[in-house]
Ligand binder design. Sequence first.
Ligand SMILES: Cc1cc2nc3c(=O)[nH]c(=O)nc-3n(C[C@H](O)[C@H](O)[C@H](O)COP(=O)(O)OP(=O)(O)OC[C@H]3O[C@@H](n4cnc5c(N)ncnc54)[C@H](O)[C@@H]3O)c2cc1C
Length: 472
Amino acid sequence: MNPSDSTTGRPDRSHALSALRNAVSGAVLTPDDPSYEAECTGHNLLHVARPAVVVGAVAVEDVVAAVRFARSQDMPVAVRNAGHQTVLPEGPGEWLLITTGRMDDVRVDPHARTATVGAGARWRKVVDASAKHGLAPLAGSAPGVGVLGYTLGGGIGPLLSRSHGYAADHVRRMDMVTADGEVLRVTPQSDPELFWAMLGCKGNFGVVVSMEFSLFPVTRFYGGGLYFRGEDTAQVLAVWRQWLTTLDEDTTTSVAVQRLPEAPDLPDVLRGSFVLHVRVGHQGPASRGEVLVAPLRRAAVCLLDTLAERPVTEVGEIHVDPVRPAPVSGTSVGLREFSAATAEAFTALTDADSGCPLASVEIRALGGALDRQPPVPNAVPSRGLPFVSFAFGVAEGERAEPVQKYLAAYAEGMSPWADRRDIVNFLSPESAFDEAEMRRVFGEERYTRLAAVKRRLDPGNVFRLNHNVLPG
Ligand SMILES: Cc1cc2nc3c(=O)[nH]c(=O)nc-3n(C[C@H](O)[C@H](O)[C@H](O)COP(=O)(O)OP(=O)(O)OC[C@H]3O[C@@H](n4cnc5c(N)ncnc54)[C@H](O)[C@@H]3O)c2cc1C
């Protein structure tokens, strides 16, 4: 029997830790371990974790042991994979972090047209493994993003989302470690309400250790981007807005005003430049794509044109998102329209005279299948939202404050067109513990339903270090 602390009745920490180390095949690290710092650092250098214990899981049993240890020590549990949206408490504290990056197993079943992936899988590996069988997943814009975090938050991709809907709409099964440290298989048949809640409400109900989802027969696409001078934004946006009205669901598009860094891996013409980047993902061949994008090419003088027919493994070339870890602050605004007035305000907030310090301010056109309920419903709250804007800046220390102030000013400037609905995946970590914000994003009815599932699965809110729905 483990000795207990006489004041709290909890198992003594050092005994509990050595039992945890014996049970876990992966890493168990505390702040005095040399590898602790590296294990706690994810994609966003502004949010470095400082938990009492971090478990680098390599197997489901490690996740089970970590959750049971945390329960025994009254610690909340956070989960991090690729670290693009990790929600963490400020500073050091009594909580436990499970990192899942080592659990990156990907299995493709070409006959069933499914992939089954572990908690540490990123899109790059799933895209490549699927392409070998002429198939594609509903991947996001950045191949380095974690598959499970993305899919549990809905998941909107740059190529297939307007024709196929959210990635969450095509999940068939999830295996999860619950707050009691039990492994639970969740399917639409086994627990329809939990299945509904998990897809859209992220890590509120447990640690998902495996997920099976559908793949689609897509091998090639026509797409990439057109880079215009930032000064031509108003003119190009006028063409883009008109062009949007002509699109079928087989085309997905977005625009981003970008202040690009002096990075050596960028083409000369883009290095250190202020640009408008128009992105296109079209599911037809080059012959159709070339006709489709002709009006965009004529919108203004183009600095760089990367539109081409490509293998589906190049889906990351549509947005060309930054890949290196950086100190990032971001904000998201769901938009009920992107009218001439919205475009005018957007341009004024981002142009050369605006003092905008942000690296990228993006507008994604949604619609199509993203508006429709899937056959098996889920809690994704943004259905019917026509546009979303995601803005981010890169700065740390004192330089982070003006960026964060500008993000607030940008959201305020777009507020006349803002919708209650938002993309869960784009919510900033800072908004995670704000109950009013979560009620806004999910809407009262959905929030109440999610809170009931939370009460059933995790009444003590062990999984509260995320965009949290309270158990009530
Ligand atoms: C450059 C970039 C591009 C992006 N592009 C897109 C895009 O095209 N479409 C889109 O929809 N989103 C996009 N996103 C948002 C992205 O989908 C989310 O940030 C997603 O949560 C990232 O998952 P992660 O594993 O990378 O991050 P992490 O920070 O590791 O995880 C984020 C959160 O997901 C939850 N989570 C992760 N794994 C698990 C698990 N196994 N069990 C339970 N909960 C878990 C946790 O709550 C965690 O806090 C992008 C983000 C960035 C930075």
